[in-house]
Design a protein around this ligand. Structure first.
Ligand code: SF4
Ligand code: SF4
Length: 333
């Protein structure tokens, strides 16, 4: 057993657990975090986004990203996240560049943004450009959602889903609408794994159809990783180390093959490159085989995407490998 220096969790180093360096595979996904501006400030937010944050993409980095989208046909998916990606600079130019190049565009939306002044056109815009919408709805019950995301968020989310359905989302095969379930942040040592994704999807579908006439395509269950606001909360409750130990105790080696960090590049609003959004939030940059950090400008200069051999890992990687696993696309096995 190795002791990890930071926060002193008594857990096995992730790399030692999997027995090999976590290798990068062919890059096919570009996940761009457009910035920290968001109309909400959720308790489980690993980005610590909110209405007072001002960090967002610059025109220069946005143009470089557009060049990357044009230059690399092996990129199949452009995944836009934030903050609320719709609120941050570069949202529409990136959607349009990616769609022009035949890439699938994922917009990770909190749904409530559609009711903020200046953003009312977003649902129609997304439908017109056939973006896939992956929307947070951390529970199908109102109280749980409002406790995690703020009063009135559930009601606004339901109205947004009805709006998207009217535009053809979850009806037209080109208009995919997925929901994301995040468990409640733990308050005691009675931790539990994320529930079974397909069973929970059926529960969501039944409840939302019966009560609100809402349809969606897939439900993704995403584990709370102990970083950002979740880490602060766990540390306040002295649950940080026990939670990591719980995640490690439920390590499932079958998830490793499908970890999202293996085939994606995660980009921050400054154009720096990471192996995943979680490493971005904890400031662990991706490294080339010679140990250099990367930027979008350096990728363009090199003219290739395969500059990283090994994914940088951390204790919170156990959140992605516990039980059925977890990623931005839900369970892994
Ligand atoms: S909506 Fe998403 S980005 Fe915004 S605060 Fe909530 S979790 Fe964070
Ligand atoms: S946090 Fe998850 S996605 Fe990120 S490097 Fe670790 S295992 Fe990969």
């Amino acid at each position: 057993m190795l002791q990890i220096e930071s926060n002193q969790p008594k857990i096995t180093q992730f790399k030692e657990k999997i027995g090999l360096p976590l290798s990068k595979s062919k890059i096919s996904v570009l996940q761009i975090n457009l910035g920290k501006r968001c109309n909400l400030a959720c308790t489980h937010c690993h980005v610590e986004a909110g209405p007072k944050r001002t960090e967002e993409l610059t025109p220069e980095v946005c143009n470089q990203l557009i060049e990357v989208i044009y230059k690399f046909p092996e990129l199949k998916i452009v995944d836009l996240t934030g903050g609320a990606p719709e609120m941050n600079y570069g949202f529409k130019p990136l959607v349009e560049a990616a769609r022009e190049n035949g890439k699938q565009v994922i917009v990770r939306s909190n749904l409530t943004i559609y009711f903020e002044s200046g953003f009312e056109d977003i649902p129609e815009y997304c439908a017109k450009h056939q973006t896939r919408i992956v929307a947070s709805l951390p529970c199908y019950l109102e109280d749980n959602v409002d406790r995690m995301r703020g009063n009135g968020v559930y009601d606004a989310s339901i109205r947004a889903l009805q709006w998207l359905n009217k535009l053809g989302y979850a009806q037209d095969p080109n208009l995919i609408l997925d929901l994301v379930f995040n468990p409640q942040v733990p308050h005691t040592e009675k931790f539990s794994l994320t529930p079974n994704q397909s069973t929970l999807q059926q529960d969501y579908q039944r409840f939302l159809r019966e009560h609100f006439d809402v349809e969606f395509n897939n439900l993704f269950t995403i584990t709370n990783l102990p970083i950002g606001r979740v880490q602060q909360h766990l540390q306040r409750k002295q649950l940080y180390t026990p939670y990591l130990q719980f995640l490690e105790a439920h390590f499932n080696g079958d998830t490793v093959e499908n970890l999202m960090c293996r085939n994606e590049l995660s980009i921050d609003y400054l154009g720096n490159i990471y192996d995943c959004d979680f490493n971005q939030m904890t400031n662990i940059p991706a490294k080339t085989r010679t140990g250099e950090t990367l930027t979008v400008a350096k990728l363009l200069e090199a003219g290739r995407l395969d500059l990283i051999d090994e994914v940088q890992t951390a204790p919170y990687c156990y959140g992605c490998t516990a039980g059925s696993g977890s990623s931005c696309g839900g369970a892994l096995v």
